[in-house]
Design a protein around this ligand. Structure first.
Ligand code: AQP
Length: 334
């Protein structure tokens, strides 16, 4: 609880150019909380280095992710927008919570298994303990609600378990957070393989639609998206690829699956894919225009980042002091 408001926290890694999965599953929903909640939206650069990043690209993407937050409707006057590495309490509480998170729990995380398989030459300790740092991100602000895509459900459950465990040992310290997972498009799948989540770090560019892709690229990617051997735009057995496209179309065009099935009854996949591309490009056009405007003013982005970091750092003080005291760390009187 922050003063009289409940708290929302979420973050996105600057680990690549963001996708429509990041947009529909997470960022698009962020502004809906800004009035009623105290909202912290963080660019989680500490998480991004669990996979090797090029330093210049990481820096550029951190600015870009912040600009995209704002281009998607987050007003820096109504939300705390900041980079995770600017608020050292994240790393500090992350370490502390590492000591309250079990090896077995971390071993069961599907993201760890997936990312270890993808980065077999760099299975580092940070990749393994990622969920404890994520728990710290959330618990630091006494967060009640965490808007995320459904792929983050398992990490969120673990954050709740860690909070409950800590509270059980030391008495009430952390709010146990709830997830907010959107009803539509909570898990956007790859356009090349509907059994795989669409990921910004996918090496196959045709598998991923990026928020900043130009319209012709968006249309082309949807045109090439895999489908199935049938020709009907309907849900059902063996229709995972079409269902994925239906859920993307539904989210952008604000239509239900029934409406989509009626709209494309008797029409082929070609027509449907073109409509998905158009709806997606139309919805993203204003975001892209605002992003370009913001990126042209780096001084302003730096100002937003500095203000957000100062506010966030200030707001972590109470929780950190409580945690230190409860654990038994000595305190220096200043
Ligand atoms: N495909 C998706 N569908 C719906 N939501 C998604 N999210 C990610 N992919 C999808 C949501 O976006 C938010 C930010 O994600 P992240 O950057 O913290 O990490 P991630 O989940 O690992 O995302 P990526 O795109 O797959 O990144 P890389 O390739 O770097 O690992 C989260 O709320 C997430 O649920």
């Amino acid at each position: 609880m922050y003063k009289d408001k409940k708290v929302v926290f979420s973050g996105v890694q600057p680990s690549g150019m963001l996708t429509i999965g990041n947009y529909l599953g997470a960022i698009q929903n962020f502004p809906t909380f800004s009035e009623q909640y105290r909202c912290y939206y963080c660019v989680v650069d500490l998480h991004a280095i669990t996979v090797r990043q090029n330093p210049a690209e990481l820096r550029r993407r951190t600015y870009e992710t912040l600009a995209l937050y704002m281009a998607c409707g987050l007003d820096p006057e109504k939300n705390v927008l900041f980079a995770q590495s600017h608020v050292s309490a994240h790393a500090e509480l992350g370490w502390i919570l590492d000591c309250y998170t079990m090896f077995g729990e971390l071993s069961r995380m599907t993201q760890f298994k997936d990312k270890s398989a993808k980065n077999a030459d760099n299975i580092n300790a940070g990749l393994f303990t990622y969920p404890a740092l994520m728990a710290a991100d959330i618990l630091l602000y006494q967060t009640e609600l965490v808007p995320v895509g459904s792929d983050q459900k398992q990490h969120l459950e673990l954050a709740r378990d860690i909070a409950t465990r800590f509270n059980g040992i030391y008495g009430d310290t952390f709010v146990v957070p709830e997830g907010f997972i959107p009803k539509a498009a909570a898990r956007v799948m790859s356009l090349a393989d509907p059994t795989k989540k669409m990921s910004k770090s996918d090496e196959n560019e045709n598998a991923v639609v990026r928020i900043l892709d130009p319209k012709d690229v968006i249309l082309r990617k949807f045109k090439r998206a895999v489908t199935d051997s049938g020709c009907e735009v309907r849900r059902g057995e063996g229709k995972a690829a079409i269902e994925n496209l239906m859920s993307i179309y539904g989210a952008f065009a604000k239509k239900t699956p029934e409406e989509i099935e009626r709209e494309f009854d008797g029409r082929g996949y070609g027509d449907f894919k073109a409509a998905v591309g158009e709806a997606c490009a139309d919805a993203l056009a204003p975001v892209q225009a605002e992003f370009n405007r913001l990126m042209a003013d780096k001084a302003y982005l730096e100002e937003v980042m500095a203000k957000g970091a100062a506010e966030a750092a200030h707001d972590t003080l109470r929780t950190m002091s409580k945690v230190r005291r409860k654990i038994g760390f000595t305190e220096i009187k200043r």
